[in-house]
Ligand binder design. Structure first.
Ligand SMILES: Cc1cc2nc3c(=O)[nH]c(=O)nc-3n(C[C@H](O)[C@H](O)[C@H](O)COP(=O)(O)OP(=O)(O)OC[C@H]3O[C@@H](n4cnc5c(N)ncnc54)[C@H](O)[C@@H]3O)c2cc1C
Length: 325
């Protein structure tokens, strides 16, 4: 039986500075339950990935005139101190942060919003705050990628011409299908997918894929799980879970991880002609009760602006709640 959706007052998508500050501001106003959904296995992934160890986190980064307006603020400190600050806030405010919870879609459901985590409807939220920043990275496999393979392994569709190569495409969505179709006429293409059948590929791509399989231009490796890859001379040796191995020239992983713009468009959030989301002064989108916080919502983003955006949004949600009472 399908698991029932977990009901929350506010679903916060993204556990960076903006998302965490939103949860703190909400808690302080007594808004409950609030859940923070973070794609990675740690909060503030952008900071932990892109800041060098020991980096100074400037409180006046790119803008000296930002004054804190809400509960969250900080003075210039190191990356490690800043991350420690965030983690101590999470404990102090008893925030409900769910790690490894990539939100893949948000769908209207009778005035509430269904929040899809890893392609499954999981939460039903009255308010949604999207705080996913602007540094979305493509998903990568769990096993390590040896550095020697860096020019032969791609995590996004490559914009290079490939000819006479044996290519392994990994993934089960439309991108994997389209990349396989793009390269199959001039290369030998194998498409590896963990599941025994495709369920995320649209009909057009699926038909084309099966047609190319018939023409022996694409070999479909369904129900295959890769556990390791290793360099071997000019080739990449791929180890499958069933203990078989195979050699390739190139691997293209198509494991998802959308850009913020595509994510927003998919949900139905309106963008202007420059591709920026259209927001009102409360940072609310064209979809009522869906807000954008942090780098997604403000120009020339920094951490203090992210904190302040959280305050602005929670003030508006509090007003919605008062008007209802
Ligand atoms: C190299 C570098 C140095 C910087 N130095 C400074 C500085 O010194 N001082 C300063 O104030 N600012 C600095 N900035 C800017 C600052 O990091 C950003 O303004 C700030 O991180 C924005 O916070 P955010 O919460 O909006 O987004 P982010 O910090 O990007 O957080 C977004 C979070 O959402 C998660 N996420 C993404 N997609 C999903 C999804 N689909 N589902 C669930 N979770 C998702 C991400 O994993 C991430 O944890 C720097 C930026 C960079 C790149």
């Amino acid at each position: 039986m399908e698991k029932p959706l977990e009901r929350v007052k506010i679903a916060i998508v993204g556990g960076g500075p903006a998302g965490i500050a939103c949860a703190i501001e909400a808690k302080a106003k007594g808004l409950e339950p609030v859940v923070v959904l973070e794609k990675h296995k740690e909060v503030c992934y952008t900071i932990s990935k892109f800041y060098k160890p020991g980096k100074r986190v400037d409180a006046d980064y790119r803008d000296k005139n930002v004054k804190p307006i809400g509960l969250c603020s900080f003075e210039t400190e190191t990356k490690e101190e800043f991350l420690e600050r965030i983690n101590s806030w999470i404990k102090q405010w008893k925030l409900d942060v769910r790690l490894n919870s990539e939100v893949t879609n948000i769908v209207k459901n009778n005035g509430d919003y269904e929040i899809w985590v890893k392609d499954k409807p999981t939460f039903l939220a009255e308010f949604v705050i999207i705080a996913i920043g602007i540094f979305c990275a493509p998903n990568k496999p769990e096993y390590p990628i040896p550095s020697e393979l860096k020019n032969r392994v791609f995590f996004e569709p490559p914009d290079v011409a490939l000819e006479n190569k044996k290519i392994l495409v990994v993934g089960g969505g439309n991108t994997a299908a389209e990349v396989s179709l793009q390269f199959c006429d001039k290369n030998e293409v194998h498409l590896s997918y963990r599941r025994p059948y495709f369920f995320r590929i649209n009909e057009t791509n699926l038909n084309l894929l099966y047609q190319k399989e018939k023409e022996e231009k694409i070999k479909l490796l369904l129900g295959t799980d890769i556990i390791q890859i290793a360099p071997e001379g000019e080739k990449i040796k791929v180890f499958f879970k069933d203990e078989t191995t195979e050699f390739y020239d190139v691997i293209i992983y198509c494991l998802g991880g959308t850009t913020p713009k595509n994510f927003l468009k998919k949900i139905g959030i309106e963008l202007d002609e420059k591709g920026n989301p259209i927001l009102n002064e409360h940072l609310e989108t064209n979809l009522p009760k869906i807000f954008l916080a942090g780098d997604l919502a403000v120009k020339g983003g920094n951490i203090l602006k992210a904190f302040n955006s959280a305050h602005t949004i929670i003030e508006k949600i509090t007003e919605y709640e008062k008007n209802r009472a």
